[in-house]
Design a protein around this ligand. Structure first.
Ligand code: COA
Length: 434
């Protein structure tokens, strides 16, 4: 670990030096035979190669996974051990739902900022094709009792009380623990309470696909997305995202049936983020270390904030709570920000958060003198968002940070605000500068 000189304010500037992601693909398609650990290992291995990082310099790996792999629960440490990185590199795994790789970045950045580390790899990985399925509690208890029993009749006895329904596998919960509402139900609630129309949601979805398709066409993702040979035959290589629809139209989106509230709802497969497999990683360094090693940083972390709201109120409104705090901490206002990148869990959540950021009433609720402001839509998610690109939960934050930094560079701009909403009413916001 580094023995760094820390400035008087106790903070060193943290540089984002590199980043990489796998293609993001719809669950149960091309990455069907890859686990979250496989995807995380592949992206970290290639990030190290592409950035020509001397592994001797690496202090720390912080990685995340939202839906855990129960046979390898600390994905960060397994990545270190499987990629041939030095075994002394300490690693830990984090989870902050959809904001997981914002959390992994912040955890490592804090270590760097405090002078406890100089070089870190962070990110997140997710396989929605490989969710853990577990047994019911009665079946689990019977299996444990049977394993302790000494003879066959005693081993069979615990199963006598098992009912047919106890034999069904139990999938990971998709509903909020405290409210029992799914993300989709909460999105519908926000549409109704905030008066967000189906048309506005479909327009946001269309913009996401058009911007992502244009970015692919213009080669904007060439330095962001690696190629992944596809098992089991390894004859094909995944080199692009497979969710982006170049030919998406408002008419096709308008024709889709609502999925969560089938009768009166507005949330469809077209204006929601899909279940996705993928991984993304970032290389962070202290500014001095990046300079000493000859790296040209993509940008710097200026500030961040996490905030939360009542999940029973408007579950996905966290960004509107976190963004003003991150801007205050950066000493900036919205007019200082060139690009805004807002994770798109659902189009209605994007519309609702933009509405709240521009609202005087919402500012009053937060006890602030005025609203954050109106986000210029031409500066929002300029290379597409999670609706078109997909949303492998733990990988999305790192995807956005890298993507928006590259977009700033292409457009010769200086600052970006990133936001992510997450389970439990959490929200994350990050201010980046070049
Ligand atoms: C919304 C959801 C249920 C839809 O799942 P799905 O039914 O598997 O979705 P599909 O991709 O099969 O799409 C359904 C249909 O819509 C069509 N469709 C999807 N997007 C479209 C688009 N942009 N334009 C036109 N058609 C589209 C598909 O082609 C498909 O048509 P088909 O039935 O004729 O094949 C699922 O994606 C979901 O659960 N998303 C939310 C995930 C979540 O909660 N995330 C947390 C947020 S943080």
């Amino acid at each position: 670990m580094a023995k760094a000189k820390v400035p008087a304010n106790g903070h060193r500037r943290v540089a984002i030096v590199g980043g990489l992601r796998t293609p993001f693909v719809k669950a149960n398609t091309v990455f069907n035979d890859l686990s979250a650990l496989d995807l995380g290992r592949l992206v970290v291995q290639e990030l190290v190669q592409r950035t020509e990082l001397d592994a001797k310099e690496l202090d720390l790996v912080v990685f995340g996974q939202v839906i855990p792999t129960l046979t390898a629960p600390s994905v960060a440490r397994e990545i270190v051990l499987l990629t041939g990185l030095p075994r002394r590199v300490e690693a830990h795994t984090v989870m902050r739902a959809c904001a997981t790789s914002i959390q992994s970045m912040v955890a490592a950045a804090n270590e760097i900022s405090l002078g406890n580390a100089d070089v870190a790899i962070t990110g997140g990985t997710e396989s929605m094709s490989d969710p853990p399925l577990f047994t019911s509690r009665p079946l689990a208890q019977a299996l444990v009792s049977a394993s302790k029993a000494k003879n066959l009749p005693a081993k069979l006895k615990p199963f006598q009380k098992i009912k047919a329904k106890d034999l069904l596998p139990v999938p990971p919960a998709i509903a909020e623990y405290t409210t029992g509402m799914s993300m989709g139900d909460s999105a519908e609630k926000m549409a109704k309470e905030n008066g967000i129309s189906r048309r506005e949601q479909d327009e946001i979805a269309l913009a996401s696909h058009q911007n992502a398709a244009r970015a692919w066409k213009q080669g904007a993702f060439a330095d962001e997305v690696m190629r992944v040979p596809v098992p089991p035959r390894y004859k094909e290589t995944a080199s692009t995202d497979n969710i982006v629809r170049e030919d998406s139209t408002l008419e096709a989106l308008a024709a889709l049936k609502p999925v969560f509230d089938r009768r009166y709802g507005t949330v469809t497969a077209g204006n929601a983020s899909p279940l996705t497999d993928g991984a993304a990683a970032l290389l962070l360094m202290s500014e001095e270390k990046a300079k000493a090693l000859g790296y040209q940083p993509l940008g710097f972390l200026r500030s961040h904030a996490f905030a939360a709201t009542d999940p029973g109120d408007q579950l996905l409104q966290g960004p509107a709570y976190a963004a003003p705090i991150a801007l205050d901490r950066a000493g900036m206002s919205l007019k200082d920000i060139d690009l805004v990148d807002m994770h798109e869990a659902f189009a209605v959540q994007v519309a609702s958060n933009l509405q709240a950021l521009a609202s005087k009433a919402f500012a009053e609720k937060l006890g602030r003198p005025g609203p954050v402001g109106e986000v210029d839509r031409s500066r929002l998610n300029v290379h597409g968002g999670s609706i078109a690109l997909g949303h492998p939960f733990a990988a999305t934050g790192a995807r956005i940070i890298h993507q928006v930094l590259r977009a700033l560079k292409r457009k010769n701009l200086g600052t970006a605000l990133v936001t992510v909403c997450a389970q439990g009413g959490n929200g994350a916001a990050v201010v980046l500068e070049r």
